[in-house]
Ligand binder design. Structure first.
Ligand code: ADP
Ligand code: TZP
Ligand code: MG
Length: 267
């Protein structure tokens, strides 16, 4: 799998795919910078009047509901439907799933459109499986990622989507495979938008491969690895945020082979 991730990263850097993001107001800048640091080309387009044309133009779509509004909810539904119609892959970040009826209703509609990949923290994945479950606290998880595996597997079977659960260990679940990423650092939970950045990177890899499990594993692995390497030379959350861009930019074959701690299982 390391060989594959190294190859996918080289392809992103060569092709610089255009990744269309309808995302939240908190992370708009940081996820654009994460995509640029990796080697992809982000565009943030939110208006329902222009999302169809940009879905046509871009190679993948990232939907992130973090600061949802009536306008972005409409845009997301239009964009996801159009992406399905023309065969564009898309990834959903269900930020804050479970915190309101408005958010849950939109998520239910988006799940009907069967996202190619879903990435959330443990509380979000648990809420997605059962919206009535009250285990969510804003946008941060109150649960360990391993406790959401059963919910993630059930969602995977129900939707056919690849499911990623982030946390101390990241899990990537497809019909045939499970991957575990044992990288990252607890300090990463004190910088906003790093889960959203993992989702955006998945978008970059979806743009260059037809294999959602591989794209999701590459995106989650490289964000966690870059975060771990960045933490080692940071004195707190502020420098971690900046150093993360440098580490994404500096990722190469040697660093991936030396530091990536990835386990792959067949189901
Ligand atoms: N306890 C932890 N230990 C190590 N790494 C972590 C931990 N929690 C989160 N991370 C890292 O932060 C990334 C984002 O995960 P998470 O904080 O769960 O997302 P979100 O920001 O959506 O809540 C993970 O992919 C992982 O690399
Ligand atoms: C704090 C906050 N509030 C709404 S969206 C958002 C950012 C969440 O980003 P992440 O889930 O990646 O930490
Ligand atoms: Mg999140």
């Amino acid at each position: 799998m390391e060989d594959l991730i190294i190859d996918l990263l080289a392809q992103v850097r060569r092709q610089k795919p255009l990744v269309h993001n309808i995302t939240n107001l908190v992370v708009m800048n940081s996820t654009a910078n994460a995509l640029l640091a990796l080697g992809a080309s982000p565009v943030m387009v939110h208006s329902p009047s222009e999302v169809r044309e940009v879905v046509d133009l871009a190679q993948s779509l990232v939907l992130n509901i973090g600061t949802l509004s009536e306008l972005t909810a409409e845009s997301m539904l239009v964009a996801a439907e159009h992406a399905n119609n023309i065969g564009r892959p898309w990834v959903l970040d269900p930020v804050g799933a479970g915190i309101s009826a408005f958010r849950n209703d939109l998520l239910a509609n988006l799940l009907e459109l069967k996202p190619t990949v879903i990435r959330g923290n443990a509380s979000e994945i648990m809420s997605l499986y059962n919206f009535n479950q009250v285990n969510t606290k804003g946008v941060d998880s109150t649960a360990d990622s391993k406790d959401a595996i059963g919910f993630g597997k059930a969602l995977q079977e129900q939707l056919g989507s690849t499911i990623c659960i982030s946390g101390k260990v990241d899990y990537i679940l497809s019909e045939q495979h499970t991957a575990e990423v044992h990288n990252g650092h607890p300090l990463m939970t004190q910088v906003t938008g790093l889960g959203c950045s993992a989702t955006a990177l998945i978008g970059a890899f979806l743009a260059i491969t037809d294999h959602p499990f591989e794209a999701a594993t590459a995106g989650v692995s490289l964000l966690s690895l870059a975060g771990e390497l960045a933490t080692a030379r940071s004195s707190g959350p502020g420098s971690l945020q900046v150093n993360l861009y440098d580490e994404l930019y500096l990722l190469n074959e040697e660093r991936i082979r030396m530091h990536l701690n990835l386990k792959l299982y067949g189901n």
